[in-house]
Design a protein around this ligand. Structure first.
Ligand SMILES: Cc1ncc(COP(=O)(O)O)c(C=O)c1O
Length: 365
């Protein structure tokens, strides 16, 4: 049966050939395929928090009483809690099941078939995934050799069909920061600008205080990284109140679960502990950078996030990923032309750095 005769004839034609997103493998799927027991796998491929979440979250979830009741669809308590953490008024805040869901939601709000989205590549793959799933067209602006963004190139790419400009800051997977002055220039175009600050707690740089001054600025954050809640899926964004209202209207009802509310509440009670882990990760990032620099066959790029991108100067990045995986260390390889020679290491605990460097030394260039 050809696609035109099968069930595909009912499916949106642009989605029949849709590439999807290549999400990270769960370590369980590697049972028997790596030389170490699954529980000893070192996971440095998805920028997760190696210290886990606050123990207060585990304790509170064990006795969470409300699992039979739908969460508050208006996210009132959650938004108030996040107002307390960020200092941004709750009327600007919308919470998602991970910030990925908010990326998807924002694109659903702005982009229809044929609309254009400006994307500064290489960058986070979900922008492409969600743009294409809305039928939008990506206009790619390639970053320079140090992964800086050219604001004049972005401006030159703006057309009558442009609906939104995406900017991850710091950028994933490069770790690069775009200066605030450049973001202000983008805001002056009056087009919707989405600044994704998923790694804000590691960079300390933000444009969040500007959300009440610009009607076209959106800022995304997540608790996946600094608070170690990637598995529970909690992200949020700051939006001009009009956009926040639209997003709340078009989101799936009850999109953030009851456990996520408990986890945010308990994490914020344990903020000093969580921030001490963030500090440890930042210190470890600098140590890992120094160790990687010493290997002559890798070129690490300075990072303001919890990962380091490296150019593999000698050998193939894909083979390096496989050799590390055989030794039980998972790292990120990108199967896309612009990043083919690169590999990304998430920052782990000191013992993870030691194991990674030892493995890299054994593998050699
Ligand atoms: C730049 C960027 N934005 C958003 C996300 C998604 O985060 P969440 O877990 O909140 O969906 C990631 C995750 O890796 C990311 O790198």
């Amino acid at each position: 049966m050809t696609p035109s005769e099968g069930i595909e004839r009912f499916i949106r034609s642009d989605l029949v050939t849709f590439g999807g997103y290549s999400a990270r493998k769960s370590p369980d799927t590697l049972e028997g395929k790596v030389k170490v027991p699954v529980e000893n796998i070192i996971k440095l491929d998805a920028n997760e928090n190696p210290y886990g979440c606050s123990s207060r979250v585990n304790q509170a979830l064990a006795t969470c009483p409300d699992l039979n009741i739908y969460p508050d669809n208006g996210q009132t308590r959650l938004r108030k809690l996040l107002e307390g953490y960020t200092g941004v008024d709750a009327k600007h805040i919308v919470v998602g099941s991970g910030s990925n869901q908010l990326i998807d939601l924002v694109l659903r709000l702005f982009v229809s078939k044929g609309d254009e989205v400006i994307n500064c590549v290489p960058t986070f793959g979900i922008y492409r995934f969600s743009t294409e799933s809305c039928g939008g067209t990506l206009i790619e602006i390639t970053r320079d050799e140090n992964f800086a963004v050219s604001i004049s190139a972005i401006k030159a790419a703006i057309s009558g069909k442009t609906k939104i400009i995406f900017l991850a800051n710091p950028n994933n997977p490069t770790g690069t920061i775009t200066p605030q002055q450049d973001i202000l220039e983008l805001l002056d175009t009056r087009l919707p600008v989405l600044v994704d600050e998923a790694y804000y707690e590691f960079s300390g740089q933000t444009v969040a205080p500007l959300v009440n001054r610009y009607e076209n600025l959106m800022v995304l954050r997540t608790l996946s990284k600094w608070a170690g809640l990637a598995g529970l899926r909690v992200g949020y964004g700051f939006f001009p109140p009009k956009i926040a209202d639209y997003l709340l209207k078009i989101k799936i009802p009850y999109n953030v679960n009851v456990a996520a509310l408990v986890a945010v509440r308990e994490s914020l009670k344990d903020i000093d502990y969580l921030m001490s882990r963030v500090k440890a990760i930042i210190a470890e990032r600098e140590r890992l950078f120094g160790e990687l620099e010493r290997l002559e066959w890798l070129k690490p790029f300075p990072s303001q996030a919890n990962f380091i991108l490296c150019l593999v100067l000698n050998g193939e990045a894909i083979e390096l990923r496989q050799k590390l995986q055989d030794k039980g260390i998972l790292v990120r390889y990108f199967d896309e032309p612009i990043l083919r020679g690169f590999i990304r290491f998430s920052v782990g605990k000191p013992e993870h750095t030691d194991a990674l460097i030892k493995a890299l030394q054994e593998i050699g260039g």
